[in-house]
Design a protein. Structure first.
Length: 414
């Protein structure tokens, strides 16, 4: 079966890219990205207000709340949000703040309950957030239980990915995710579940961390003994997409039978016969690494039918970031399989190489001697999402010395 038409443009572009030996004719020069965008408190505050509070954000996967009463607490960005599955199978999101005296209604990261009972005064809420029981209700004057339900948050699901949005005026998730949906319509995401999870803190701005994972320019230097064995960087192609997303494609060295190190093989190389390969994936996904950065911080890495990481970058200050990684794989595999542990370890061997660089970069950026980033053609996905950041903040709100020139948006017809 031939690769789907969704990737014909990428296949053609990768072929051209593999023989390119000069800067692409007609492609604009990328201006410098001001260094202050990576540490300035005012810019960070603008991001928090106009991006993180107004954009669709990945909260969890449906496999993490599989049954009636299953819940997951999203605890990033200074928030505590309960995401729960109700009795009719629907998924709801609500602030984890009791409407009586403000105590957290649940204190566990995840679990299963028939109702949410506040540990302070035992106010009880249904799985959809509605207020069910108030002890000593007769002691309250004119208590309207409908008005005292947990405060709801917009929550929508796309192919197993649960998103939330704090902005009631934002457009629907389907419109936001549409460019991504077209690219992965022939990958069986509905057959995937979360098997493993890992999180860690980095001493760098969230964008500095994200930049690292959406360009391939550093692969020969930093990952010369890992990813370089199984990827062909010379074929790397970036397709900017509407809403700040991108599609990054690279050929795998799937025909490589040389006696190379196994590190990063499960992520990028030919899978062993024993790997739990999800059925129904387009052949394109077996031969190519596909990374789709979903604005602002969601990074599905590789779309490998044998399992792949789902990475999120959460700011906890101008110079600190939490990275969360979930390993997604075929839902019918055994929970106790050591394959998932091996895949996570395989990934972290490669990520650790990045961490060494990223933990040292913030001090240099803030030293006063870093003017900004000069980007190559291979790093244009970085500039693309920075343009989207300014667009979402509002071009008139970004301080002049931190603003970037909009050179890519006019260049692409999206």
């Amino acid at each position: 079966m031939a690769a789907g038409t969704a990737f014909l443009a990428e296949i053609s572009a990768m072929e051209r890219e593999s023989v390119r030996n000069g800067y692409p004719e007609g492609f604009p020069t990328l201006p410098e990205i001001p260094g202050g965008r990576y540490f300035d408190q005012r810019f960070y505050d603008l991001e928090m207000k106009y991006i993180w509070r107004k954009t669709w954000l990945y909260a969890c996967h449906v496999s993490e709340i599989p049954d009636t009463g299953s819940f997951f607490v999203f605890d990033k960005l200074g928030l505590s949000v309960i995401v729960a599955r109700s009795r009719d199978g629907s998924i709801h999101a609500m602030h984890n703040v009791c409407r009586h005296r403000g105590a957290p209604v649940v204190n566990q990261k995840s679990g299963r309950q028939s109702r949410f009972v506040c540990p302070y005064h035992a106010w009880s809420f249904n799985l959809d957030g509605s207020l069910a029981v108030v002890p000593g209700e007769h002691n309250f004057a004119c208590l309207d239980k409908v008005e005292r339900s947990l405060l709801k948050i917009r929550c929508e699901v796309w192919r197993g990915f649960v998103f939330i949005n704090l902005d009631n005026g934002a457009g629907p998730l389907d419109d936001f995710i549409a460019p991504v949906a077209r690219k992965v319509e022939r990958f069986p995401l509905e057959k995937m579940k979360v098997w493993r999870h890992k999180s860690f803190e980095l001493n760098c701005n969230w964008k500095a961390a994200l930049d690292n994972f959406i360009e391939i320019y550093h692969i020969p230097t930093v990952h010369g003994k890992t990813a370089m064995n199984w990827l062909r960087p010379e074929t790397f192609w970036i397709s900017p997409m509407r809403n700040g997303h991108s599609c990054l494609t690279t050929e795998r060295r799937v025909d490589n039978n040389a006696d190379l190190e196994n590190t990063a093989k499960l992520l990028h190389g030919p899978l062993p016969d024993t790997a739990p390969v999800v059925p129904g994936a387009d052949p394109f996904f077996h031969n190519h690494a596909l990374v789709i950065p979903i604005f602002p911080n969601l990074l599905p890495g590789g779309f490998n039918p044998g399992g792949f990481p789902l990475q999120r970058h959460w700011p906890i200050g101008p110079g600190k970031t939490i990275i969360e990684i979930s390993i997604l794989g075929w839902e019918e595999e055994d929970e106790k399989s050591t394959y998932w542990d091996t895949l996570l370890a395989d990934l972290m061997t490669q990520v650790d190489e990045d961490i060494d660089i990223l933990n040292s970069i913030q001090g240099a950026i803030e030293s006063g001697y870093y003017t900004g980033a000069v980007l190559s053609f291979l790093e244009r996905a970085i500039y693309w999402y920075h343009e989207e950041i300014d667009k979402q903040i509002g071009l008139d709100r970004v301080p002049d010395h931190l603003a970037i020139k909009r050179v890519l948006a006019p260049h692409f017809e999206l």
